[in-house]
Design a protein around this ligand. Structure first.
Ligand SMILES: [Zn+2]
Ligand SMILES: [Zn+2]
Length: 469
């Protein structure tokens, strides 16, 4: 529990609106935009963190370590009082009790939390001791939303007033459908012999009640997902979108939208770089993309893919800032693990943050859909796990002769060895500390570094030049 004097005052301000209207705290069934006023003399900050997956003990400790540094965190002005908001775009955790406990810890540190469910919250198990299991994922999500409402965590749109201009926070519910993936699959001989229906936990753990009885509904068989779920959740967003756009038209303001799933295929890895060839079939929704195009937010935050991303596409900034599972924290989510929650807004929007893969596509190579030039970490992994693929991989010259060393694939990641090795991470984890809520273990380093080919320092320079123009 934080011992800020102003915490109670700020909390009272956040709930004032509901008391005035004499209604309960708005839940997921609320179609309106709820106004929240930043208390006088306070400064708004918005933090972003997705895919906390608190079911992993290590992740919970990590989260607590970040929260502990919150009370000391003031890079600019130690005297200012903050109104701290957290954006949580899903996959906090599955089990009801643990979900409630971790959300409660977060509500003790943030004045306002906005949450949008992920697939892990939709798994129809993890009920409390003595409770009957949820009969399907809709009932499970209703339980999750009840917990949010009881803890005064917003699951419907919010307008934050009291800053330079109103800020409208818009949740966009979503689900993936296989047809979102419009890039060609790898040739059959380069696809590992796995049955996606058995490998994707959602197919076992999510149940869709009467929606599953709709004609042509598919969820699992052949690894396919029809677009029924994507459409169903997108329909729920319509009332919210109208309310938010109406309000923006009448009274102005910027929109920050957020979803768990991915809106655009440009925001995930190509198949040649992905070990799991099924990922693009269980990642995104084109209904979500269309809704974002209509809403035209300043920023859209998303979750789910566990490959961090920050880039601008057609005028909209897309940010994915995940923690992911403990294994991923030494790989694809290493930056997040080392450097903490993203401070997305603090009087102004944070600059676009460096992420290896957004950098790769923005500055190094365009996408090559259909390319069968598997990355070495993919081809080597396939050869090890599926010996029957080895001859074909060899024939295509896709098995590099790697020296055995701990960072053996680093040389192949964006920027090469010097931008991915242990030294790089030691030095660069704190590169944008001003825009982080770091775990307490992080120690700041001086910047820029002395490596003339450093892609992170180069990226930061580009951003600063762009901002000063
Ligand atoms: Zn996740
Ligand atoms: Zn997810």
């Amino acid at each position: 529990m934080l011992d800020w004097d102003d915490l109670e005052e700020a909390e009272a301000a956040a709930t004032d609106k509901h008391e005035r209207h004499g209604s309960a705290f708005p839940g997921a069934d609320c179609n309106d935009v709820t106004d929240v006023k930043i208390p006088d003399g306070h400064r708004l900050r918005i933090f972003l963190m997705s895919d906390l997956h608190i079911d992993h003990r290590k992740n919970k400790e990590w989260m607590l370590s970040c929260l502990a540094s919150l009370r000391h965190h003031d890079p600019v002005n130690p005297k200012s009082c903050y109104f701290d908001c957290l954006l949580l775009p899903g996959d906090l955790c599955t089990a009801d009790e643990q979900f409630e406990d971790s959300l409660k810890m977060l509500t003790e540190s943030f004045h306002l939390i906005c949450f949008c469910f992920g697939n892990h919250e939709a798994w129809a198990h993890g009920e409390r001791k003595g409770c009957t299991p949820a009969k399907d994922s809709f009932e499970k999500l209703a339980r999750i939303h009840d917990i949010c409402q009881a803890l005064q965590v917003f699951t419907s749109p919010v307008r934050i007033l009291g800053g330079a201009k109103p800020l409208l926070l818009l949740p966009l519910w979503s689900w993936y459908h296989s047809s979102w993936d419009h890039e060609p699959d790898l040739p059959q001989q380069l696809q590992p012999p796995v049955d996606p229906e058995k490998r994707v936990s959602d197919f076992r753990l999510c149940k869709w009640g009467s929606l599953a009885e709709a004609p042509q509904f598919v969820f699992g068989p052949g690894g396919e997902t029809s677009d029924h779920l994507a459409k169903h959740f997108a329909e729920r967003n319509e009332a919210w979108i109208s309310a938010v756009l109406d309000l923006q038209k009448r009274e102005g303001g910027e929109i920050l939208s957020y979803s768990h799933f991915c809106p655009r295929q440009e925001l995930i890895l190509e198949k040649r770089f992905s070990y799991d060839q099924h990922v693009p079939k269980i990642s995104g929704s084109s209904y979500l993309e269309q809704q974002i195009r209509r809403v035209s937010p300043r920023v859209h935050a998303f979750g789910h893919t566990h490959v961090a991303w920050d880039t601008v596409l057609e005028g909209v900034r897309y940010v994915h800032w995940p923690l992911g599972n403990p294994k991923e924290q030494n790989g694809q989510t290493r930056m997040q693990n080392l450097s903490g929650f993203l401070l997305l807004f603090d009087s102004l929007w944070s600059p676009v943050q460096f992420t290896h893969w957004a950098y790769f596509y923005d500055y190094m190579e365009p996408r090559q859909p259909g390319s069968a030039e598997l990355a070495p970490w993919v081809s080597t992994g396939y050869a090890q796990v599926y010996p029957e693929m080895k001859a074909e991989l060899d024939r295509r010259g896709l098995l590099p002769h790697l020296e055995v060393r701990p960072d053996m694939f680093s040389a192949y990641f964006p920027g090469g060895l010097l931008n991915n090795n242990g030294e790089f991470w030691k030095r660069h984890a704190s590169a944008n500390l001003r825009w982080r809520l770091p775990p307490q273990t992080l120690s700041p380093q001086p910047f820029p570094c002395e490596n003339p080919t450093c892609i992170l320092c180069g990226f930061t320079r580009k951003q600063e030049e762009g901002a000063s123009r």
